[in-house]
Design a protein around this ligand. Sequence first.
Ligand SMILES: Cc1cc2nc3c(=O)[nH]c(=O)nc-3n(C[C@H](O)[C@H](O)[C@H](O)COP(=O)(O)OP(=O)(O)OC[C@H]3O[C@@H](n4cnc5c(N)ncnc54)[C@H](O)[C@@H]3O)c2cc1C
Length: 308
Amino acid sequence: VQSYYQVSLNIEIDQPKLVGDVEADVCIIGGGYTGLSTALYLVKEGVNVLLLESNKLASGASGANGGQVSGGMRRDQFYLEKTLGVDYAKALWEIGEKSKYHAKDLIDKYQIKCDYKKGIAHPNHKQKYCEESQRYVDHMNKNYDYHDIVYLSDNEMRDVTGSNTYYGGSYDEGEAHCHPLNYALGIAKAAISAGAKIYENSPALSYKVNDDHVKVITKEGSIKAARVVLACNGYLGNLEKSLTSKILPMNNYIVATKPLDSQTIKKINPRDIAFADSRFVINYFRLSADKRLLFGGGENYSQELSKN
Ligand SMILES: Cc1cc2nc3c(=O)[nH]c(=O)nc-3n(C[C@H](O)[C@H](O)[C@H](O)COP(=O)(O)OP(=O)(O)OC[C@H]3O[C@@H](n4cnc5c(N)ncnc54)[C@H](O)[C@@H]3O)c2cc1C
């Protein structure tokens, strides 16, 4: 079964399997955002790049995520300031800001058609979180000079979600959402056009660091490179044994409804924004370009990956 993102692809990329022994300056293992953008930036600098992907490009998290282009880090600035100090927290905030602009720059520069739209709301599922959300918005406005974020009252949030289960919360117009797989393949297309060599269905089975080069082995070939980049995310497996025991498998799920009628859309998401709520295991949802509700949430902790 194909995922909704796979059936709504607007770019077809088919790359060969690696057969034979080849050389490169840099061998990147993993074809998600990390590997693909590394390939793009290196090849633009004139580096001879080769990328190996186990399956199809972006078949990992990059082709199956919530598509939310968020700012900051996983924990908010209050938490980061308290645990790391204000300077460090601000430096982390800047990294998050740059990553948002970076994504938008790539989309504009390479004309990636990925339904990029502005705005993520963060509704609270408990009233007791609202006061903190309000303080957070004030804090970001005053101390970070960040004015894309505003506070929405209970009623305002209910107007944009069409749901009484939520109270107030923040709305951030500097954040955005997009079709994650089309975005990833847009980066891949740019990297290939610039000269990166990409091989699909070519898992790296092992690699060995020698004095002056790294040797990467696949089932039907090998790569001799000056450097290797491991961009395998949680699918690293045993490729780098020092990390194997540090990977905790966590699966999270998204469902897509059939396209919704205009009345329903007007009620549940009139602004066509994305939502990420205040639950510890976040519920996140938005409309696709063809007006399906894409609703993500729920987790399990198993090595078994869902088939679709
Ligand atoms: C359900 C879900 C929802 C998410 N929602 C969001 C969101 O809304 N916003 C957000 O910012 N982030 C979100 N994330 C996180 C985001 O998707 C990831 O942080 C990001 O995609 C990681 O990119 P990556 O390139 O590092 O890894 P991946 O995209 O996972 O790519 C790793 C690649 O390496 C390949 N690989 C592994 N081992 C080998 C090998 N030995 N040889 C060759 N290839 C190999 C894999 O096949 C895979 O394609 C979500 C993640 C999930 C799972």
